[in-house]
Design a protein around this ligand. Structure first.
Ligand code: SAM
Length: 290
């Protein structure tokens, strides 16, 4: 049997050890790389705008039901102030503006915001779109509704969620509502620690160049967190993308909200106002200042 160069084998071994190492929970935050990379954001926008799949955004039918429910439940109309955190290509913001609401959307994907602006209603008051990280970008005004759709809350670490809740608290009017959806414990069950290697992992999703991709899934049972981590190795660069998913039950989200001076006003099965089922895989939270 032929032997390779021992030094090179050692380097490959070390590299693979690094790629496979289990990180500390919420040890790195790379959401911007996922959403703002020119190639990946183009794929993401395609998923957002494909109304048949619930991938980057939910399906067109779901979003329609969701808008109808939000409008009725929160009596959204002229002069309602709405802030959509992580608004993406404006699938909620633009229709809400057509109801006459005064809408602000925040996102750090320039590509999505470009689409949102180009699809904004031409009559009435189009939404104001702010480019930046919703954890720290300047957001003028106060709002009756702060919306965060598609479980983005779960991508944040506990300390980022505290920062977010402090921000939302300062942006909400006294009777305002923070409405968001989260992953339930059922969606964690059955997830196993796995690793997948493939050249052009996910059919070229990660780069227009040739690459090798490693997808590790790590399960943090005690913390109720799943990490999907992608290592993308190209000829001239390599990147690590961390996709963290915090899971909640009704008491853990309530505790977390109470600790930031929010109370749970209601829990629903999803963002269309469906009834909450026992042990859900996702659910919707309506919270207000204490
Ligand atoms: C799962 S998508 C949901 C988009 C939209 N809410 C919807 O349901 O159609 C999450 C969005 O949040 C944005 N995003 C994620 N983290 C962000 C951050 N820290 N600051 C600003 N935008 C962020 C992404 O660019 C993306 O558009």
């Amino acid at each position: 049997m032929a032997c390779g160069h021992p030094q090179m084998e050692f380097q490959v071994f070390n590299q693979l050890e690094k790629i496979g190492a289990r990180p500390d929970v919420f040890g790195a935050y790379t959401a911007a790389d996922l959403w703002t990379d020119p190639h990946i954001s183009e794929q993401m926008l395609g998923y957002h705008l494909n109304g048949d799949v619930a991938s980057a955004s939910r399906t067109t039918a779901f979003i329609g039901d969701s808008l109808n429910w939000l409008a009725a439940y929160l009596d959204i109309g002229p002069r309602t102030g709405v802030l959509d955190l992580g608004c993406g290509p404006g699938l909620y913001t633009n229709p809400l503006a057509m109801l006459g609401a005064q809408v602000v959307g925040v996102d750090f994907s320039k590509r999505s915001l470009h689409h949102a602006r180009s699809a904004a209603p031409k009559e009435g008051a189009p939404p104001t779109y702010i480019h930046g990280n919703y954890l720290d970008v300047d957001i003028p005004g106060t709002f009756d509704l702060v919306l965060m759709a598609m479980c983005d809350y779960c991508a944040l670490s506990p300390s980022q969620r505290r920062t977010l809740l402090d921000r939302v608290s300062s942006l909400l009017r006294p009777d305002g509502r923070f409405v968001f959806d989260v992953y339930g414990l059922a969606s964690m069950r059955g997830r196993e620690e796995t690793v997948i290697y493939a050249p052009e992992l996910m059919d070229g999703f990660w780069s227009a160049e040739l690459y090798h991709g490693f997808h590790h899934t790590f399960v943090y049972e005690r913390e109720r967190v799943i990490l999907d981590r992608y290592e993308i190795v190209e000829a001239t660069r390599s990147r690590t993308i961390y996709n963290w998913l915090q899971h909640f039950d009704s008491s853990s989200i309530e505790q977390e909200l109470n600790a930031s001076d929010f109370e749970v006003i209601a829990l629903f099965g999803d963002l269309t106002g469906a009834n909450l089922i026992p042990d859900p895989s996702e659910f919707c939270v309506v919270a207000g200042p204490m």
